[in-house]
Design a protein around this ligand. Sequence first.
Ligand code: SIN
Length: 327
Amino acid sequence: MKKALIALAVAGSFAMTSVTALAAPITIKFSHVVAENTPKGQMANKFKDLIAERMGDKVVVEVFPNSQLFGDNKVLEAMLLGDVQIAAPSLSKFKKYTKALQVDLPFLFKDMAAVERFQKSDAGVKLLTSLESKGLVGLGYLHNGLKQLSASKPLRTPADASKLKFRIMSSDVLAAQFEAVEAVPLKKPFSEVFTLLQTRAIDGQENTWSNIFSKKFFEVQPYITESNHGVLDYMVVTSAEFWNGMDADTRNGVQQALNEALVFGNEIAAQKAVEDRQKIIDSGRSEVLSLSDAERAQWVEAMKPVWKQFEGDIGADLIEAAAASNM
Ligand code: SIN
């Protein structure tokens, strides 16, 4: 009897080992909308490589750039349904899930160092948990850079933007920002922007040097105003169900690889803001306009009332904490 039990236990443990050895790796589908030669594209690929090097037997990352799998307007729904495991939408695209992330207010951050300080502050770290009640977990932030205004005509003062149609991300803050200068904001997916500009269905858009360059917006927009009026930053998110479904060791390994990929992505963001701006200037396809202090002051004056408009949604404390990071 004893022998039979031992044989059974040995057979059982052998079977378990085989099952473990044969267990299919966890697949992480990482969906994003930008090109591969951007901060987010490179960060996603770095994450994939780090996971393959360190945990290839347990976890596989598949990256889908250029809205190949989902556009930003659908990706979070898809995540909650388990069709995608990681995404990094811009903070302007979370409105449906939380109002706290609407810190894409015009002229809130003076530079990317201020954004970094804010995200590392208690208020910034706390925002990573602001999606918990919706079943989403914030895993970290990634920078892209400061946004510029591109248009079919030169924009030097807010009056120049009056009545022009601008594509915006799905953000009420950004809608209010353009309404503040009497322009017409249109919420459209990123994947449609080039065609909308090329066909003159819209007059302009706002984006970072990296997105304007990698998506060739500069080829169909004769003017870019170096306004640095807002920030394009991302939150890397996953679903709580997926995240908590992994064992602690695997989860820690994935988070560690992601943290390293984010550091790498932020370095790329800083480089691209300089290099892609220069490539656009060198192309001669689009004239880059600098604003005088007096011109810039007019944009600030026109757009800053938007802060008050959204104070109730975002929270005065949060806006104050973000603004304090400029010091
Ligand atoms: C992105 O950088 O992920 C897209 C930004 C946009 O929709 O303009």
